[in-house]
Write a protein that binds this ligand. Structure first.
Ligand code: ADP
Length: 293
């Protein structure tokens, strides 16, 4: 038989019930709880993300989607960190494509914050941010990866309560250059509220510092019970505000040092002037030592 890498999973190694096991629905996929049969002796309970197949897809589009998911799989399978969702592989021999990852029973951080509201202490919020920052330091500094979609809805809560970074659908490897210019096709939904000023221009410039900007918005969400700013505004209007760096007021319960970190240091128009994610983590850890005990 032809040798397949372990991450190239076969569809018949996966079992789940589409009527009972749905965990959540995203823009392009449904996520189910299921069983992954690794071999004759071993199986694991996992999360299975299944692309929503569109009838209208051409053979060419399906081929492209398959290739991009395989490419994503190949990179992600080597990411191993306690604050990054573990990725096991992909079943892509035929549609629908299924991506297999660690099950995070606590669901996403945004839903958790919206449900628990003021039952969450400031110290716990700092821990969420610290965990997410640790995951991002790993992705930036060890893997050279730009995530490009950092937000509370893309942080998941694992069985042990750890926060884990997920959803690498928009991520890019930043191998040699410090930043990447992109002409975004205008037809896909962009996470405008989390986007840095330089990514709202043409060409959009993405860098680790634009991820840090989005991380500032994640901090905002964590202290604002999972509610994003500017609820009434249209994306175009929000984009204008961000380009002018007219940012939203910060929630009252945010500790002073964290307010300063977000408002004065992270949300700066000049990307170079922002702290790195590692510096951000250090500031959050300092805060944790102050109030975490
Ligand atoms: P999309 O990228 O299409 O937006 P998501 O990755 O956001 O899809 O997944 C949609 C929802 O499914 C999430 O908000 C979350 O509630 C749930 N989900 C995603 N991945 C997992 C996982 N590994 N474990 C548990 N639930 C998950």
């Amino acid at each position: 038989p032809v040798d397949r890498p372990q991450w190239m999973i076969k569809h018949d190694q996966l079992s789940f019930d589409r009527t009972k096991d749905l965990l959540g629905t995203g823009n392009f996929a449904n996520v189910y709880k299921g069983i992954y049969k690794i071999d004759d002796k071993m199986e694991k309970i996992v999360a299975i993300k299944e692309s929503i197949t569109r009838e209208a897809y051409t053979v060419e589009q399906l081929k492209k989607e398959r290739e991009s998911m395989l490419k994503e799989a190949e990179t992600q399978v080597y990411y191993v960190h306690e604050n990054v969702v573990r990725f096991f592989g992909v079943a892509a021999d035929y549609p629908p494509i299924q991506v297999v990852m660690e099950l995070c029973p606590g669901r996403d951080l945004m839903t958790h914050l919206q449900r628990e509201k003021d039952n969450i202490s400031v110290a716990e919020r700092i821990v969420y941010i610290r965990d997410a920052a640790r995951g991002m330091v790993y992705l930036h500094d060890e893997k050279n990866l730009l995530h490009r979609d950092i937000a509370a809805r893309n942080c998941l809560i694992a069985a042990n309560g750890y926060i884990k970074i997920s959803d690498f659908g928009l991520s890019l490897l930043c191998e040699k250059k410090e930043s990447i210019d992109i002409d975004e096709p205008g037809n896909h939904q962009l996470p405008v509220r989390h986007m840095a000023p330089e990514t709202l221009k043409k060409p959009a410039i993405y860098s680790k510092k634009s991820d840090v900007w989005a991380f500032g918005m994640l901090i905002y969400e964590v202290f604002n019970n999972g509610v994003k700013p500017w609820p009434e505004d249209q994306p175009r209007k929000i984009a204008t505000k961000i380009r002018r760096c007219e940012m939203c007021p910060l929630p009252e319960n945010m500790p002073q040092d964290i307010k300063k970190l977000v408002k004065e240091d992270i949300w700066q128009t000049k990307a170079e002037a922002r702290p790195s994610i590692k510096d951000t983590l250090m500031r959050v850890e300092r805060q944790y030592r102050l109030i975490g005990k």
